[in-house]
Design a protein around this ligand. Structure first.
Ligand SMILES: Cc1ncc(COP(=O)(O)O)c(C=O)c1O
Length: 385
């Protein structure tokens, strides 16, 4: 029902398609969900202990708005390993990456400003833009590598004049990473045009390639780049809500004001957990990454053997097979798969128009669940192709 009291921004958005599908699972008896980006590993033991210590030491009070200094220093050190240089005063700890995205968008957007968002992509960019009264324009990701068409991108930057563009690598939902060549081309494009790049690097710790490339590695465009990232996936601590934003002081001073009035500070106890994670949990992160890689290879092979057209993801923990050729929309495909095979995956259309004809499978689930789901899918495919 229309409610005139609700803002046009809030009326213009919907609950994310990922959650919508996740919520349907509970209604189908015996269904297994591969819908969420939630690692099945517990948070590392040392992180738990650090949080218990923080509680015992009564560190349950407000921290500084930007977050505890030790954590910001440790993030600064951590990012240098990726060739990304931000000092502690250029970092703000947020309540998850989600708050970081909203803080950045609120800081940059005026009503009717345009935001250039990848398609397919994590749904928050689209929704945050609409919520703030901005206009979403998209650039497509194409082919087996889900790559940028630079002609299209440049055209849109020059003609539509967006305030900023979003980059999102490693990608949710495709698992694509940014190549060296595309990073160089993006650098040139940002240098040559009046555009800011907001780069979401939530999955930077889950890159299965040797080298990691990001637009934030170029010092000469630092004034035009803002990073959002966090530890939800890195340390399997999605519920503890720790993310961060990195920006030069030109932006950071304003981002901090927005952050103050939305959140005051990220949860204090969780900040101490993330600090311990960065200082002492490299081995845990490496272990989880190796496990994800094994699961990726397993699911990829099973999907290939079933005849799906699918690319080997190079990062994150999602795989994005084409579901074209079944004579159904991706939504219909996933509904039928859920009701008949009792496997829940997310329709590609939840990630944008160009996600139609695909479906997202999260392989952040146990090997047992993955095997069972692949077996169920295989049987179902034989009947439905
Ligand atoms: C690309 C991307 N960015 C940001 C987020 C938000 O992360 P958080 O749980 O830390 O808010 C997610 C979560 O799935 C994501 O996939």
């Amino acid at each position: 029902m229309e409610n005139s009291k609700i803002s046009s921004g809030a009326s213009s958005i919907q609950i994310s398609g990922i959650r919508k599908f996740y919520n349907k699972v509970a209604k189908v008896e015996g269904a297994i969900s591969l819908t969420l980006g939630q690692p099945d590993f517990p948070v590392p033991g040392k992180v738990k202990e650090a949080m218990i210590r923080a509680i015992d030491d009564d560190k349950t009070v407000y921290t500084s708005n930007a977050g505890i200094e030790e954590l910001r220093e440790e993030i600064s050190k951590y990012l240098r390993k990726f060739n990304i240089n931000y000092e502690k005063d250029e970092i703000c700890i947020t309540a998850g990456g989600t708050e970081g995205i909203m803080d950045i968008f609120s800081t940059l957007l005026n009503k009717d400003d345009k935001v250039l968002v990848p398609d397919p992509a994590f749904p928050a960019y689209d929704s945050c833009t609409r919520l703030l009264g901005g206009e979403v324009i998209t650039y497509g990701l194409y082919g087996s590598e889900f790559s940028i068409d630079f002609n299209e991108l440049e055209d849109k930057i020059k003609n539509e004049k967006p305030k900023f563009m979003v980059l999102s690598y490693p990608s949710n939902p495709t698992g694509a990473v940014l190549s060296k060549e595309d990073n160089e081309r993006l650098h040139q494009l940002i240098q040559d045009n009046d555009i800011i790049a907001v780069t979401d690097e939530m999955y930077s710790a889950l890159c299965y390639e040797e080298e990691y490339y990001s637009i934030s590695q170029y010092k000469d465009i630092k004034e035009k780049v803002i990073i959002v990232s966090g530890f939800s996936k890195t340390f399997s601590m999605t519920g503890l809500r720790i993310g961060y934003v990195c920006a030069s002081s030109t932006f950071m001073d304003s981002i901090l004001k927005v952050h103050q009035y939305t959140t005051t500070c990220a949860p204090s106890i969780s900040q101490y957990g993330a600090l311990e994670g960065l200082r002492n949990c490299d081995a845990d992160v490496q272990y989880m990454k190796n496990e994800f890689k094994k699961r990726r290879d397993y699911v990829y092979k099973r999907l290939k053997d079933m005849g799906f057209e699918v690319s080997l993801p190079k990062g994150a923990f999602y795989i994005f097979p084409s579901v074209d050729g079944f004579g159904m929309t991706s939504e219909e495909f996933c509904e039928k798969l859920l009701n008949e095979a009792k496997v829940a995956i997310v329709p590609g259309s939840a990630f944008g128009e160009k996600g139609e004809n695909f479906a997202r499978i999260s392989y952040a689930y146990s090997e047992v669940e993955l095997e069972e789901c692949m077996n169920r899918m295989e049987k179902w495919i034989l009947k439905n192709r």
